[in-house]
Design a protein around this ligand. Structure first.
Ligand SMILES: NC(=O)c1ccc[n+]([C@@H]2O[C@H](COP(=O)([O-])OP(=O)(O)OC[C@H]3O[C@@H](n4cnc5c(N)ncnc54)[C@H](O)[C@@H]3O)[C@@H](O)[C@H]2O)c1
Length: 319
């Protein structure tokens, strides 16, 4: 009988190249038929009898993993944020969980720069004004000479630093592991977290969602920022206390925000949507052809490795 591999990602997030790799191994592919993330109930049915899974943004809960056991051997997440996968349950059932480091860094960094520019020049607000018959013209700031604070100098934070350096920005960073190459080649200055918030004109978040980072952007930290500064989030919604951000934006503690990620996605009934000084994108950081192919291929290769008895390259669970 053919081994079955479930691809949880919806069609536009699936890579044909990744599917070719899996087909070449003779695996039968089970595909998400909807243009949305699979629900837990759907996954509970679809996971049965499957040996490998490529996961997108759907929640792979303990119940889903238990329903896949003992057949399920590997869950390969397309991307690096794996807070949607219950890794404790995976460990308990001997299921490998892998990620695709670096595959979407350039794409997310491009969007982060786009959001910085959109915030600095109010590009969406001018677009909207013209569509409504107006001619609103915003007086913004040049990025050259402005201070960018990068929180989390990993793959994406590093790519943002390279782009910001090209714009002539001064770059501050906070990370638990400083990277000397960025100090040497891009003039990055590492500082304590609160100092980065206090000194930056733009703070861009690139740290994972974990106990130490969830809620890190709260009213206390927002109060430390310059009144003319902006916060950009292409990491995870959980990093920002959204009620506190609303307060900071309405009380003039900061000038604006640009958000690709939210506590709840899509952000239904969020008071942030009433504000003119916030720019939104729809968790689209990794939505480029290059990132989808790159992450899909890396995930497919991990599935093949595990199902053929080899060690995965980018495991996040010690089995
Ligand atoms: N918007 C999107 O579509 C999208 C796409 C991909 C990734 N992401 C998010 O971006 C995050 C970063 O991705 P990456 O590929 O750069 O990951 P990465 O693992 O390469 O980098 C994360 C960095 O954060 C640092 N870090 C860890 N704990 C920290 C802390 N307490 N404070 C500050 N820094 C800390 C790590 O040392 C590392 O350098 C992911 O975790 C994910 O949540 C979003």
């Amino acid at each position: 009988m053919k081994k079955k591999v479930l691809i949880g990602s919806r069609e536009r997030s699936r890579s044909l190249e990744a599917m070719r790799i899996l087909n070449a191994q003779g695996y039968e592919l089970v595909l998400n038929p909807y243009d949305r993330a699979l629900t837990e109930d759907e996954l509970l049915e679809m996971i049965k009898g499957v040996e490998g899974m490529i996961a997108g943004s759907e929640k792979v809960t303990a119940a889903v993993i238990a329903a896949g056991a003992p057949t399920l051997k590997v869950i390969a997440k397309q991307g690096v944020g794996y807070n949607t996968i219950n890794v404790d349950a995976a460990k308990e059932h001997g299921v490998a969980v892998t990620i695709t480091p670096g595959a979407n860094s350039k794409s997310v960094a491009d969007l982060a720069m786009g959001l910085i520019m959109a915030a600095a020049r109010q590009i969406p607000q001018m677009d909207l004004s013209i569509r409504n018959g107006g001619w609103y013209r915003h007086t913004g700031v040049e990025l050259g000479g402005e201070v960018l604070g990068i929180i989390g100098m990993g793959n994406i934070g590093g790519e943002v630093a390279k782009r910001a350096y090209g714009f002539g920005m001064k770059i501050l960073a906070y990370d638990v592991y400083p990277r000397q190459e960025f100090i040497d080649n891009y003039g990055v200055t590492y500082l304590p977290l609160d100092e980065v918030f206090a000194k930056a004109d733009f703070v861009s978040l690139h740290a994972p969602a974990m106990a130490q980072t969830v809620g890190m952007v709260n009213i206390e930290r927002l109060s430390k920022m310059k009144k003319t500064s902006y916060i950009i989030n292409t990491a995870r919604g959980e990093l920002i206390v959204e009620d506190d951000l609303y307060k900071a934006l309405t009380q003039g503690l900061i000038a604006g925000a640009a958000l690709d990620v939210f506590a709840q996605e899509p952000p239904k009934d969020s008071p942030l949507m009433e504000l003119k000084n916030v720019v939104f994108t729809s968790h689209a950081g990794a939505y480029t052809n290059e990132a989808i192919v790159g992450a899909g291929v890396m995930a497919a290769e991990e599935v093949v490795r595990v199902l053929s008895g080899s060690e995965p390259k980018y495991s996040v669970v010690k089995l």
